[in-house]
Ligand binder design. Structure first.
Ligand code: SF4
Length: 374
């Protein structure tokens, strides 16, 4: 039996059978536009938190018309899906200002959306001030959930969700261990499908599927093809097909720091803390941060080096969306630092959200392969 079957089914699109079953049972679904929005809080309120994906969108004419063509294709595609027939699928949306493109989306939703919307102001510095803002925004989110949906959220609910999410992250770390093997026991494509599946299902259920997969993989043997091992960076990259495109060109995607990837599962929360919101904030400020967090490159760089050594990485790809200034800047800084200090080549790949591959990308990957093999 294909041990990844359930993950392939769940990762196909947002409105999968599991989500529809949850809805049909009259249970609420909350859409989140960014992986830095603390999902644990939404989960503690009894919602199914779903990171908004728009991989089924082919035409962004509505998004183009309302958000301008120089907005990144993720936010334009997300707008398309939120105003398409899928609209009634969500019981609410939490939007934010991770970047100006997100802010435009949030502003548009604020003026046009008929569904409940909450704006979670995001931090842009890894400082005390940033943490205080994050904690205050969590308090605001809890007030919104309580008032708008007439529900109670006790510390015991938040602690229970933290325990569940810690278990998920511990299981995802065990799964990541299988990627250390050479070749890895699961491909980058399979790993992304697992990650994406976990973004459309309650973590309690996801943990059961993860335990099954880990027990299966612990009996598996590594193959023989030892290919150049890559680490992928970037935002809004939720396309297993794109990872397959890279792997089909003679690479092994053995690590990543994608928001639709490992970054979502890094770190642990102190479940015994007396101050649960500070404990949650600690986790979000400890992990490798998004490029939208300004003053954090040096701290990120040190953690990236640890991953590179642990996962035996030979090359890095920054897969950034067109018009994504944050990752354009990060890509330049990483390329300079890596070539100067580590001699690890970095390939900067610009793509659109729906890109799963192209002739131009194929040519660049071929040249990158030769560079690493030299
Ligand atoms: S991909 Fe970049 S520009 Fe687009 S929403 Fe994410 S951070 Fe903003």
């Amino acid at each position: 039996m294909d041990k990844f079957r359930i993950f392939s089914e769940l990762s196909g699109k947002m409105s999968n059978d599991n989500v529809l079953k949850w809805k049909n049972e009259g249970k609420p679904v909350m859409g989140l536009t960014c992986s830095n929005i603390p999902e644990e809080v939404v989960h503690s309120a009894g919602f199914l938190p779903i990171r908004i994906r728009a991989n089924s969108v082919e035409d962004t004419s509505y998004g183009d018309a309302n958000l301008h063509r120089i907005s990144c294709s993720y936010v334009r595609s997300a707008l398309e899906i939120l105003f398409s027939d899928n609209r009634n699928f969500f019981d609410g949306i939490i939007a934010t200002n991770t970047c100006d493109h997100h802010l435009n989306l949030a502003d548009f939703l604020h003026h046009k959306a008929e569904f409940p919307l909450h704006y979670f102001q995001m931090h842009h510095t890894n400082t005390e001030g940033g943490r205080d803002l994050f904690i205050n925004e969590m308090k605001g989110l809890i007030r919104f959930l309580k008032d708008r949906y007439s529900i109670s959220i006790e510390d015991s609910d938040i602690r229970a969700s933290i325990i569940t999410y810690n278990k998920t992250r511990a299981l995802m770390n065990r799964l990541n261990e299988f990627r250390k093997k050479n070749p890895p026991l699961l491909s980058g494509t399979e790993f992304m499908k697992v990650v994406l599946a976990g973004m459309t299902i309650r973590k309690e259920e996801f943990n059961v599927y993860l335990e099954y997969l880990i027990s299966e993989l612990s009996q598996a043997e590594s193959g023989s093809d030892k290919l150049p091992r890559l680490m992928i960076f970037g935002a809004a990259c939720d396309s297993p097909e794109f990872i397959t495109f890279i792997e089909n060109r003679g690479f092994s995607v053995a690590a990543d720091n994608l928001c639709f990837g490992s970054r979502h599962y890094h770190g642990n929360i102190d479940e015994n803390s007396d101050d649960l919101l500070s404990a949650i904030a600690e986790r979000y400020f400890q992990t490798i941060s998004c490029a939208s967090v300004m003053n954090d490159f040096d701290r990120n760089y040190d953690m990236i080096i640890n991953v590179i050594e642990e996962m035996n990485i030979q090359g890095i790809i920054v897969a950034r969306l067109k018009f994504c200034d944050h990752f354009a800047g990060f890509s330049k800084m990483l390329k300079d630092a890596m070539s100067e200090k580590k001699g690890i080549p970095v390939l900067d790949l610009e793509r659109e959200y729906s890109t799963t591959g192209s002739g131009q990308i194929s040519t660049r990957l071929q040249a990158f392969h030769e560079l690493i093999k030299k």
